[in-house]
Design a protein around this ligand. Structure first.
Ligand SMILES: Cc1cc2nc3c(=O)[nH]c(=O)nc-3n(C[C@H](O)[C@H](O)[C@H](O)COP(=O)(O)OP(=O)(O)OC[C@H]3O[C@@H](n4cnc5c(N)ncnc54)[C@H](O)[C@@H]3O)c2cc1C
Length: 453
């Protein structure tokens, strides 16, 4: 995506997508009621509500596949984190609607044994299985961390379960709704219903099958693997033509899968630490955090990598060019910020930048020499404030947790004229936001990137 495209007024496109989404959820309900209402025998408020909730709930479920498909022409206007937040929120609505469906039927008929009877027609049985699987999706998603379910395993399970829920739910709806006065007894409704199902399937196949295979045809090559600190490495990959490695914004990220290496073939998100001004290659600076990242040092020049992206709206160039800038980074959270700093350096950006960089000890400070050089040379006009929670040996800088006093001391004069960008562990991000808000910074001026979805 070019920078001009990114800078298009996003509000219009975002509103268009929201209207389209709302329309797609409401259309089956409106159409079903308009087309079959007049001919439908009196079935009562509860039964009608139950049917409408099922129609809307399944439509949301179908659109979940589109929302989660990482389509760049939608993502560019919202950012992937906002889209994934929306995906989770809509999942809650869909689950509540679909759970209410059988309850309202039982209530409407005044017969609660409908819920517990073992022998029921097979399409009803399909609906029941779909609901049970849906509950399994909710349970595994909410309890992933509690049950220590590995992210990749959870994701594979999630993909299989949601596909099964959608398939069973649509067949259930099609058969139950095809009766004489059913919601799907008219051709327009059947076409709409099948269309929704096909759109969901197409989005799924694009996301899980087509896009990965297309990327596999044009892999990037790892050209260098360098050590940044005791537990952080920078991987340099040669960007290929064919879409991969296309121009990105400073601060964006890619999903990377390494091929033919000692690493498992899994897709993980990493911010681009290089600047778009560095042509022909991309760098990713990666901390050994878990199973996958701990093996990152085993990569060798010549290994191949599939990259998918770029994604994200965490970039200073998406905002007005007038303000000064405050960056707050925790540990490896510096990666999107160093990309922005390098970009500002290379493009001669005149804005003032203050970087508050929080680490545990001196040996954890990434890009220390480069940051010092930027300060010395004045490109960009940078001031770096190091905060170490456990400094080792002699240390002149700030010590302890980030707090109100430190922020007040270094950035109080920038409140009201600056944008604030925070990337680091969640507790640090929350603390920084809290202090900034206490200092009078508007929420709209605070931008964050989290390293978890
Ligand atoms: C937008 C974004 C940008 C990131 N940029 C960087 C960066 O520049 N440098 C860096 O070191 N780290 C970055 N991360 C974090 C990095 O993706 C995780 O540390 C890495 O995926 C952990 O994998 P693991 O198996 O080694 O660790 P694990 O211990 O298995 O995972 C730790 C946590 O990372 C998340 N995670 C694990 N696997 C995935 C996956 N496949 N997809 C998404 N999330 C996953 C989960 O929340 C999990 O709980 C970024 C994450 C995001 C979301």
């Amino acid at each position: 995506m070019s920078q001009t495209a990114r800078r298009r007024p996003i509000a219009t496109m975002a509103i268009l997508w929201i209207v389209l989404y709302t329309g797609a959820v409401l259309l089956p309900v409106v159409l079903a009621n308009t087309l079959s209402w007049a001919h439908r025998p009196e079935s009562g408020f509860l039964l009608n509500l139950s049917r409408n909730l099922a129609l809307a709930g399944l439509s949301i479920l179908a659109l979940q596949f589109v929302v989660a498909a990482r389509l760049q022409w939608i993502e560019a206007y919202f950012g992937l984190d906002a889209i994934l937040w929306f995906h989770k929120a809509m999942a809650v609505f869909a689950v509540l609607m679909l759970l209410a469906h059988p309850l309202l039927i039982a209530w409407g008929h005044g017969n609660w044994t409908i819920l517990t009877r073992l022998v029921v027609p097979w399409p009803v049985q399909l609906g029941r299985i779909a609901l049970l699987l849906l509950l399994a999706v909710v349970g595994t998603s909410l309890g992933r961390r509690v049950f220590r379910l590995e992210y990749e395993r959870w994701r594979r399970l999630h993909n299989v379960l949601v596909l099964a829920v959608l398939g069973l739910g649509f067949v259930h709806g099609l058969i139950m709704g095809s009766g004489r006065h059913g919601d799907l007894s008219t051709w327009p409704m059947r076409i709409l219903w099948s269309g929704l199902f096909l759109i969901a399937l197409a989005a799924y196949l694009h996301h899980r099958w087509f896009a990965p295979r297309r990327n596999r045809l044009a892999p990037c090559e790892v050209i260098a693997v360098g050590r940044e600190s005791h537990d952080v490495w920078t991987i340099k990959v040669r960007a290929t033509l064919n879409g991969n490695g296309r121009r990105h914004l400073p601060g964006q990220f890619y999903f990377i899968t390494f091929l033919d290496s000692a690493l498992p073939e899994e897709e993980h998100p990493f911010s681009i630490s290089s600047s778009p001004t560095e042509n022909g290659y991309l760098t990713f600076t990666i901390k050994a955090a878990g199973d996958f990242t701990q093996s990152i040092a085993s990569l060798r020049p010549g290994d191949r990598a599939m990259i998918r992206g770029p994604f994200g709206r965490f970039s200073h160039i998406l905002r007005s060019g007038r303000e000064d800038i405050v960056f707050i980074a925790g540990g490896v959270g510096i990666t999107p910020l160093i990309s922005m700093l390098r970009y500002m350096r290379d493009t001669g950006d005149p804005r003032r930048v203050v970087l508050i960089f929080v680490n545990r000890a001196q040996r954890d400070i990434l890009f220390r020499d480069e940051l010092e050089k930027m300060q010395r040379v004045g490109r960009p006009q940078l001031r770096v404030i190091h905060v170490l929670s456990r400094p080792q040996g002699a240390w002149n800088g700030e010590t302890g947790r980030l707090n109100h006093e430190i922020m007040q001391k270094y950035i109080s004069d920038l409140v009201g004229t600056s944008s604030f960008y925070i990337c680091g562990p969640l507790p640090l991000t929350r603390l920084a936001i809290k202090i900034l808000r206490q200092m009078g910074v508007f929420q709209a001026d605070i931008h964050t990137e989290q390293f978890t979805f």
